[in-house]
Design a protein around this ligand. Structure first.
Ligand code: IMP
Ligand code: MG
Length: 182
């Protein structure tokens, strides 16, 4: 999709060029840290797939890829934080060096659940790489080993992130208009 601003979007936060450059830096860092190993990249559907494929191309050690899908619910009082696996990994991660790839860590509920679940499957190591981090909204602490960008407390779309399943194919990351009107 072109870089022209689409309706509903207020302003660009990170351009395609900035994203590509930053992913190159993080990919190089991961390549250094995992020297001599084979990484299993675990992507969380669907938001992380754009980031995962871009990151994978910038990692210079051998790697394999698997995906899982999750559903998040609010509990009866309307509070967030109830997460379950809707589509599990295809393969075992026992003994593997797993790098969990997320689109964004916000409250931390999703990441904490995924880390607990995956840690119970006896990987050799388990680390986290997130494209975006909105630390200001964290409710539960969760380990983040690599992050591309810290973002302000605004809803963002693009490069995999959606609003009602739309906007994932934007090549940039943008802040939504507050009223989200199209
Ligand atoms: P957490 O459990 O609150 O950390 O939720 C993280 C999940 O919420 C992400 O994987 C996204 O699916 C979604 N999310 C949080 N903030 C945004 C945003 O600004 N834009 C799009 N999706 C978001
Ligand atoms: Mg997600």
């Amino acid at each position: 999709m072109s870089t022209a601003l689409v309706p509903g979007v207020e302003r660009i936060l990170f351009t395609e060029e900035q994203i590509e450059a930053r992913i190159g830096e993080v990919g190089a860092q991961i390549s250094r840290d995992y020297q001599g190993k084979t990484i299993k990249l675990v992507g969380v559907l669907k938001g992380s797939i754009f980031f995962l494929t871009a990151l994978a191309r910038r990692i210079e050690v051998p790697l394999t890829i698997d995906f899982l899908g999750i559903s998040s619910f609010s509990n009866k009082s309307g509070a967030p934080g109830v997460v379950r696996i809707a589509k599990d990994l295809d393969e075992s991660i026992e003994g593997e060096d797993v790098l969990l790839v997320e689109d964004i860590v916000d409250t931390g509920f999703t990441l904490r659940y995924l880390l607990q679940t995956l840690a119970g499957r006896a990987p050799n190591s388990l680390s986290v790489c997130t494209f975006l981090d909105r630390n200001s909204r964290r409710i539960v602490q969760a380990q983040v080993d690599y992050r591309c960008f810290e973002i302000p407390d605004r809803f963002v779309v693009g490069f995999g992130l959606d609003y009602n399943q739309l906007y994932r194919n934007l090549s940039y990351v943008a802040v939504m208009k507050t009223d989200k009107s199209l």
